[in-house]
Design a protein around this ligand. Structure first.
Ligand code: NAP
Ligand code: G4F
Length: 357
């Protein structure tokens, strides 16, 4: 039987790298779009590209960018995908306040460039759009589902709202199989290092290893519904295996503050953190030693914040048979253990080299 062909934008990112692995294991031929860069930006797919068997037969990389339609059209023509996963994005909420126009260019217009490429071709491809719980903003203090109102609170969220609606419009207007996955936060050992969970797992590990004394954070009271990226990647694939195109929330239906994530990260390392002070003067202190390990820096606060996210994934459970598998505590443990072990190995190596000098 002929293998299915998938095209992934954002293949070098957290989700793109897990999805590439997932699809290759399912027997797909995978094409991925990578951005040209002066330094190496394929670390997350290195294990795939360094496997000759995979790199010669099942994984094909193309230079490209979501801001370049002629290139995207050429890639569509060359790859002839059965499924397109549009995961590429300027995905950092805080950064989107600094580069709002670029964020819209990539996230909003990038999506229409792909959809229009499909519309103007003879391709009968399915299209997945990486929509986000950021669309909800502060619209609801109870669990959010596919019927909850949107109230985007950042240039990132507004750019993703355009993408969400243009997917629905092209589905209705041109009968394109296009679906939105409205995904709540999902994290992993491959999470970008400037997102709060990974920032915490790396810096807690560094503190325990004595590499740094303390680090700074912003709003500790924001609540997020945090899941594990590999679980969510399976849901992304299931969304496109459905008979009809539709929009689905993927979440864990549990919410935790940034503060709780930090507390759990220290627990994994056998430490307890206590909090002293208020607002910008708040400090995180290790109970055993009284050492200050966290302070607050106003640079990390956003002009407009999303205070509360909690997802109701009942529709995905019922229609796709999808459920998250990894609990909050397991997620924190996986991330902290990974970073601690990785840093420990490199610290030992550095000490070894230093001792030899
Ligand atoms: P990520 O790690 O930041 O990866 C983003 C990917 O997009 C990277 O491969 C990046 O390439 C690529 N990219 C950036 N600008 C591009 C451009 N102009 N043209 C083509 N590619 C470009 O993001 P993620 O966490 O995997 O998330 C995947 C998608 O899901 C994103 O669209 C994100 O907005 C959305 N989402 C994520 C979450 C979450 O919690 N992770 C939740 C909801 C929705 P480089 O490697 O070259 O930078
Ligand atoms: O980790 P974050 O930067 O993720 P955020 O803003 O929730 O966005 C992520 O999830 C979205 C889905 O809901 C995706 F669409 C999006 O692409 C991205 O993957 O921040 C989480 C929370 C925020 O409330 C932020 O204010 O953590 C708070 N925070 C506190 N201190 C911090 C920091 N965030 C970051 N990045 N860095 C800090 O020092």
């Amino acid at each position: 039987m002929k293998s299915k062909v998938a095209l992934i934008t954002g293949i070098t990112g957290q989700d793109g790298s897990y999805l590439a692995e997932f699809l290759i294991n399912k027997g797909y031929i995978v094409h991925g779009i990578v951005r040209s860069s002066s330094s190496f930006n394929r670390e997350r797919i290195d294990h795939l590209t360094s496997n000759k068997e995979i790199f010669h037969n099942t994984l094909f990389l193309h230079y490209g960018d979501l801001i370049d339609s002629s290139n995207l059209n050429r890639i569509l023509e060359k790859a002839e995908p059965d499924e397109i996963y549009n995961l590429g994005a300027q995905s950092h909420v805080q950064v989107s306040f600094e580069i709002p126009e670029y964020s819209a260019e990539v996230n909003a217009l990038g999506t229409i460039r792909l959809l229009d490429g499909i519309r103007n071709s003879s391709l009968r491809t399915k299209f997945y759009q990486a929509s986000t719980s950021e669309l909800f903003g502060n619209s609801s203090t109870s669990a959010q589902n596919e019927d909850t109102n949107f109230n985007p609170r950042s240039p990132y969220a507004v750019s993703k709202l355009y993408a969400y609606w243009i997917v629905k419009n092209y589905r209705e207007a041109y009968n394109i199989f296009a679906s939105n996955g409205i995904l709540f936060n999902h994290e992993s050992e491959r999470r970008g290092e400037t997102f709060v969970t990974r920032k915490v797992s790396i810096n807690v590990s560094k503190i325990i290893l004595g590499i740094i004394n303390k680090f700074s954070l912003g709003n500790l009271d924001a609540k997020r519904d945090w899941g594990y990226a590999p679980d969510f990647v399976e849901g992304i694939w299931k969304i496109l295996q459905s008979d009809t195109p539709d929009d689905f929330v993927l979440a864990t239906n549990e919410t935790h503050t940034v503060r709780e994530f930090i507390e759990e990260a220290f627990i994994v390392m056998g430490e307890e953190i206590i909090w002293e002070g208020k607002g910008l003067d708040e400090k995180g202190i290790l109970k055993k030693t009284g050492k200050e390990v966290i302070d607050i820096d106003k640079r990390y606060f956003r002009p407009t914040e999303v205070d509360f996210l909690l997802g109701d994934y009942s529709k995905a459970k019922q229609k796709l048979g999808w459920e998250p598998k990894t609990t909050f505590n397991e997620l924190v443990r996986k991330m902290v253990t990974y970073d601690y072990n990785k840093l420990k190995i490199s610290t030992n190596r550095n000490v070894h080299i230093f001792n030899k000098l």
